[in-house]
Ligand binder design. Structure first.
Ligand code: OXD
Ligand code: MN
Length: 649
């Protein structure tokens, strides 16, 4: 992991690789003696032998970072409770007595979102990550760093960074433990918040250690908040090091090193770092797809069930769609996942099968209410860690868009809320186990995954983009994914409501050259004996000239899914329910269910020539500037075809 960084020499390593065992009893006992907590007596301690490769990694991490203790996480409830109690004692978490087993954490206000500008991928060859754009823009695609520079940056950060802290070792599986589609990670971190959050978001602990042997590949994940506790120093409630934050990935050696931030995707390394950045790199090599997509099951009133995957950028409503309560009678939505899909063509069925590699939801709180997402509201008031939401004086939580404003609100900074500023941070989150969601699909943990019949792309487009359109074919669908754009949200550090390019909603998450990534998607269209899913683009966010949304969204999005489901049965672009347009196949008004809803249909589907001419020239410029010759010719061809068709508007 560290090539030139010299490990600190100790008389004796903190761990003895020969005797390396884990026991939940030992851990509980260890914590109880350390922190004076009372622990229930435990039965026979289970013992597990850890492969040498893993003990070597832990040993290296501990020698460089020099924590004062090492805690191997067994994933038990007792351990979770002990860690939470520890956080409460350290003022890092506060119980929320209004609910069952829920806690509130407030971060340092400088550590509230993913930091894209300080997130890098390091490979020996720059072109493996950065396309040869003609005029590349900073931040338009992932950042690259040379191995030498990264080594230097790591050397400036990690030595002794965990001094005075405990290093938690988290064995975790992305995907069901033991599934052939799953991947294993071992994360060493000095944050108990990360340890408890990883227990919610991944399958973590002894069950993972038990399936490992010397040959099992695993991703080495090292994370530090970058705030050693030196004698005499004060202990910050939320330790972090924003000036030196660096989230680095080495896909060639399956390593993630993250420093300086304790928040979300920066620190829960299974999520964006492993499941998407390294995941997409592995998927490219191993012929599968790691995508920023929700997965849902949809059953129509006749009992026909299909699965759909959908890519929207961060904070654009993936969780709401994945847990939707349909506004049409007889329809049912079931949730497989809300953020990440790992997909592979199944040689037996020929269909694209998807698993959700996560085990929980790290959802954006503001805007979540009984009206917008009743299933999320039914999930999050037990066993949940809230971060940066506001609290109420009856021991509950509050955020913008939750419903009636309660009395006595304390804002996310911990101050009495003035009623004017944000009570909750716009990127405040709930972290809740998937099992709490009342509509989890029966197959959500199926190791084979679920068969996907349609893929949706979408974003926040206040202007010009219709409610739904369908790709003419696979290449056109890949073009639609590649040309995705969306209004910036609070999930990362971008300011203002600018429309950003976000191909496949993967711009912050792709782990290799975006041109090759487009080509990888195109390659599935050339495969024989596969059933390609149909591809659609949706936009719930178009506004009228007064700035009001044209479409009610939420539970009414089932109407769009109904049309999509009907289109799965049709192959011609023209039918009673569908007609051609320059940008793709759109619904006919009579072929779309508008019962009991009143909308301005013409405005929802209006295609404005000047808007689309500008849109396609912006996309062309983005491709030229940032992908240059790495843009696959099929995508350029699709762009030309669209530009020709737009002329006819
Ligand atoms: C997330 C994100 O947290 O996309 O899911 O930022
Ligand atoms: Mn996401």
């Amino acid at each position: 992991m560290f090539r030139r960084v010299k490990p600190v020499t100790r008389a004796q390593s903190l761990i003895n690789p020969k005797m390396f065992t884990v026991s939940s009893y030992a851990q509980a006992h260890y914590l109880s003696t350390l922190h004076g907590l009372s622990v229930e007596p435990l039965r026979e301690p289970p013992l597990v032998t850890v492969p040498k490769k893993i003990t070597q990694f832990i040993d290296e991490a501990s020698r460089v970072c020099t924590p004062s203790n090492i805690h191997i996480c067994d994933g038990s409830e007792t351990e979770y409770n002990n860690l939470i109690n520890l956080m409460v004692q350290q003022n890092m978490a506060a119980p929320l007595p209004k609910y069952q087993n829920c806690y509130l954490t407030r971060t340092d206000p400088r550590d509230v979102a993913r930091v894209e500008s300080r997130t890098i991928i390091s490979t020996s060859n720059k072109h493996d990550v950065v396309p040869n754009g003609f005029n590349p823009h900073k931040g338009a695609l992932p950042n690259w760093m040379s191995p030498e520079e990264l080594e230097k940056q790591l050397g400036d950060r990690f030595p002794r960074c965990m001094e005075g802290r405990t290093m938690y070792v988290i064995p975790f599986s992305m995907g069901p433990v033991g599934s052939p589609l799953s991947k294993i990670g071992i994360q060493c971190t000095d944050s108990p918040y990360v340890a408890v959050s990883m227990r919610i978001m991944t399958r973590m602990g002894l069950d993972v250690l038990k399936i490992l042997n010397e040959d099992t590949p695993f991703v080495k994940c090292l994370h530090s908040v970058g705030a050693p506790i030196t004698p005499g120093s004060t202990r910050p409630v939320w330790p972090c090091n924003p000036e030196n934050t660096l989230i680095s990935h080495r896909p060639e050696s399956n390593e993630i090193l993250s420093y300086g931030s304790g928040y979300g995707g920066n620190s829960l390394l299974g999520k964006k770092c492993l499941a998407l950045r390294l995941g997409s790199y592995m998927a490219h090599k191993e012929d599968w797809l790691a995508e920023h997509m929700l997965i849902l099951g949809i059953t129509n009133p006749q009992g026909v069930k299909k699965y759909v995957a959908a890519a929207f950028p961060s904070a654009c409503g993936k969780t709401n769609l994945a847990m939707m309560t349909p506004n049409l009678p007889g329809w049912k939505i079931e949730c497989v996942g809300d953020d990440i899909a790992w997909m592979r063509f199944n040689p037996n069925t020929g269909m694209l099968h998807a698993i959700n590699p996560e085990n929980g939801f790290f959802g954006v709180a503001p805007g979540t209410s009984k009206k917008t997402n009743p299933n999320a509201m039914a999930s999050i008031f037990q066993d949940t860690i809230f971060t940066n939401v506001a609290s109420t004086n009856d021991g509950g939580v509050y955020w913008e868009g939750m419903g009636e404003k309660p009395e006595g609100v304390v804002d996310w900074h911990g101050n009495d809320w003035d009623g004017k500023s944000n009570a909750a941070h716009p990127n405040s989150r709930f972290c809740t186990p998937a099992r709490n969601c009342p509509i989890m699909d029966a197959s959500w943990e199926d190791p084979e995954g679920v068969p996907i019949s349609a893929i949706l792309f979408g974003g926040r487009r206040p202007e010009g983009v219709p409610l739904v359109y369908e790709a003419y074919d696979w290449d056109h669908g890949v073009y639609i994914g590649a040309s995705m754009r969306s209004e910036a949200t609070a999930a990362a550090e971008h300011q203002g409501k600018v429309i950003m390019h976000d191909p496949f909603a993967m711009r912050p998450f792709v782990g290799y050259n975006m041109g090759q990534y487009f080509d990888h998607w195109l390659s599935f269209g050339r495969k024989k004996h596969v059933q390609l899913p149909k591809i659609f683009h949706v936009n719930w966010f178009r506004k009228d000239s007064n700035g009001s949304f044209l479409w009610p969204g939420f539970g009414d999005n089932i109407r769009v899914l109904e049309w999509i489901m009907k289109r799965m049965e049709e192959s011609s672009p023209e039918s009673e329910i569908a007609k051609k347009s320059p940008i793709g196949v759109i619904p006919t008004e009579s072929g779309f269910n508008l019962d009991n809803v009143s909308v301005d249909w013409n405005e929802l589907f209006r295609l404005d020539k000047s808007f689309w001419a500008k849109e396609s020239s912006d996309i062309q410029k983005y491709f030229n500037d940032n992908l240059g010759h790495d843009l696959p010719p099929q995508i350029r061809n699709q762009l030309n075809l669209i530009q020709e068709r737009i002329q006819k508007l």
